[in-house]
Design a protein around this ligand. Sequence first.
Ligand code: PLP
Length: 445
Amino acid sequence: MEKSGIIKPVLDANYPMISHGKGIYLYDTDGKRYIDGSSGAVTANIGHGVEEIAGVMEKQAKQIAFVYRSHFTSAPAERLANKLAALAPGDLNWTFFVNSGSEATETALKVAIQYFQEQGIRTKTKIISRWTSYHGITLGALSMSGHALRRERFTALLEDFPAVPAPYCYHCPLNKTYPGCGLACGHELEQAIGDIGSENIAAFIFEPIVGAAGGAVTPPPGYYEKIKEICDRHNILTIADEVMTGMGRTGKMFAVEHWGIEPDIMTLGKGMSAGYTPMAATMVSDRIIDVIRKGSKIVMSGHTFSANPLSAAVCGEVIDYMEKHELVRNAEDQGKKLIAGLKDLQKKYPIIGEVRGKGLLCGLEMVSDAATRVPFSVTHRVGEMFISFCFKNGLVIYPAFGGVTGFEGDSVLISPPLTITSFQIYEMLRILDESMEELMNGLIS
Ligand code: PLP
């Protein structure tokens, strides 16, 4: 056994050593090629090995890589913030830079509470969130995460922020069916606000499309309009966690655009740097900044590396690259082909209970019986077995489960780089088909 080294996700497991990547492909040091069918952790949006990014990185590193945000601002950070403001919905014109999605949601939590404190309202300190959600691994972010599995060990340290069920129609937590349900899951928010007291709630946080905790769980039409109306009526801010769904992933620049809603705060990460550097952001509306500007003038958050010029230059170039190659449109177009192909696989393999998602954020949910929608078991995830077959066959996809205690789910995410071509979509579908056949053979024998 090794005497020192990296703490790997599963200790002592054998992970292939990566050599390099180009476009949607990854190569290990044994020469095996993989399709990055999940963009890593839904991150490598523009693909691997992009020369333009390497060029900007080198130029910026030589000029100035780091300054502390309390001492200096920089042209790349200013440019990036203005670019994001121009792209973001509504008046989300102000950006606080951080280094990870977890830090972005932590900052959103703090800004929401601060917004009310600056107005002398000191009771609004709770954030409401949904079960079957993931907002990050740090304690504030985990407090907001409705992720039974990741909360388990730390419950004593966490706030009970998950208060309402997810709009998870395939397994409606309220045993209803859309549209006859009248969006009962939306009503649950009204109920929770009544129980907790709107005077105690600063914000409601949601992933527009549930990612890692559920596998591209997409709410029915009308849900977000209802949520926004309820929150506005109770003076509760809305935080859209677009760490996974943002930056073109779902075929719109930001997923909230699918429903035309404008959140008060929006978090970004992952695809913002497309994995070329750690970078994330919390975007805030004019209304919130105006209140803080009239009050303490300081957003009480921040990290040593916040807004460093090197990462900001990289993110700016990622957006330029996306615009130049029309990657948001490509995500929409290729996403339609991917969903159609996955639906064909569903007809062939009834173990695929549901195909869902938008753009290039697609989920497959595995069930033992398509009629009852029952998973194989709570502990034995077929999705993970499928992921292993895909990996062996040269395709990387991503696990998605976590949910609520007793039903953590059994799904996978398929989310290739937004640069993917039609040919590559079919290449990926072929490996999914082959791996599904192996999985079925394994389950039968
Ligand atoms: N929010 C969402 C929606 C996520 O999917 C994730 C990570 O998967 C996070 C926040 C946390 O981001 P990070 O892992 O960069 O801390």
